[in-house]
Ligand binder design. Structure first.
Ligand SMILES: Cc1cc2nc3c(=O)[nH]c(=O)nc-3n(C[C@H](O)[C@H](O)[C@H](O)COP(=O)(O)OP(=O)(O)OC[C@H]3O[C@@H](n4cnc5c(N)ncnc54)[C@H](O)[C@@H]3O)c2cc1C
Length: 292
């Protein structure tokens, strides 16, 4: 199937893109890498009248460290994130997660802004943003809004972006020396969307978590920052403590059922990932659970 007829405009600047968005609103769609937009148009899941191509806007591309913050431009491609030494040093969770986003052809074109704006609940990067405590920066005619990642994803393919706004960058805190991270996903084949996945960022004092952000993906209509992680912070993690956190996780998740997995299988896999995550972060094989 081919996309229905549409008009095309190449934005000459961010201001030009915002003008076009203000004029055309919901009948327009922004084109970044096209890795999600073009398939959706070809399947006629969406039929925009106007495509606004922002792909040439160099000001939206690149990775910059300022103090304790890494700013990543919306048009930074997955492949650039994967190869970036700044990211590997200061946000290694992202380096590891990106390798699971599709295949090289997808990563060569796809962008972080496109991935976050698309908001697929099974995507890796939205969950990483939650785990890292990122801020998502969007711009409209009235200026910029800074949105905490927790508040950005509002449903399946839904975000806090309005049709008149452009996602311009994300800001990620630089990881501290006392921190650790964990990423894992269950997928049928490497490169497929996850059946269940987890991205976590932690801070440790001795063998105790002083902060623990565990974000699950593919377990509901949006990535979920596990409230159950609070049960593991500030206390020695015994099997009983982990078991209580696992039970709380099972209660708070609301996984969907589809052709890939039942809700109960997803809930089970999430608990397995929780145990593996905590075990790996603490260097405690006795907590891994040994399941799945
Ligand atoms: C075969 C295949 C496998 C894939 N596997 C995975 C996977 O495993 N994990 C994964 O996460 N993704 C996967 N994807 C999807 C893809 O990697 C990402 O969704 C993609 O990288 C999005 O970035 P993009 O730049 O291509 O966005 P586009 O396709 O250009 O845009 C996506 C959506 O976001 C909007 N948008 C884009 N940029 C902006 C912006 N700056 N401001 C506001 N709105 C914007 C567009 O209007 C559109 O609605 C796969 C895709 C394919 C085709």
């Amino acid at each position: 199937m081919k996309a229905s007829a549409f008009s095309y405009a190449r934005a000459a600047s961010v201001a030009n893109a915002l003008d076009l968005l203000a004029t055309h609103g919901e009948s327009a769609k922004v084109l970044s890498g096209g890795q999600s937009l073009m398939p959706a148009m070809n399947l006629r899941l969406i039929t925009p009248e106007l495509i606004i191509d922002i792909g040439e806007l160099a000001e939206l591309r690149g990775i910059e460290r300022t103090g304790d913050v890494l700013r990543i431009g919306a048009l930074t491609r997955h492949v650039d994130l994967m190869r970036s030494s700044e990211i590997a040093t200061h946000a290694p969770l992202l380096t590891e997660a990106i390798a699971h986003v599709g295949h090289p052809a997808i990563r060569n074109r796809g962008t972080i802004g496109g991935s976050l704006a698309h908001a697929d609940p099974a995507a890796e990067l939205p969950a990483c943003m939650l785990a890292l405590g990122a801020t998502i920066i969007v711009r409209g005619q009235d200026g910029e809004r800074r949105i905490a990642a927790e508040d950005f994803f509002t449903g399946i393919y839904e975000t806090a972006l309005t049709p008149e706004e452009l996602l311009v960058a994300v800001e990620v805190p630089v990881t501290r020396k006392d921190s650790g991270y964990f990423f894992h996903e269950f997928a049928r084949r490497h490169g497929d969307y996850a059946i269940v996945g987890v991205a976590a960022q932690a801070r440790l004092q001795e063998d105790v978590f002083s902060d623990l952000r565990i974000a699950f993906f593919a377990v509901g209509d949006r990535p979920a920052l596990a409230r159950a992680a609070a049960k593991l912070v500030g206390v020695p993690v015994t099997p009983a403590v982990l078991s209580a956190a696992s039970a709380a996780l099972g209660d708070e998740l609301e996984p969907q059922e589809d052709q890939e997995a039942s809700a109960s299988m997803r809930r089970h896999l999430a608990k397995v990932l929780l145990a593996r995550c905590v075990s790996a972060l603490l260097g405690r094989p006795d907590l891994s659970g040994g399941q799945a």
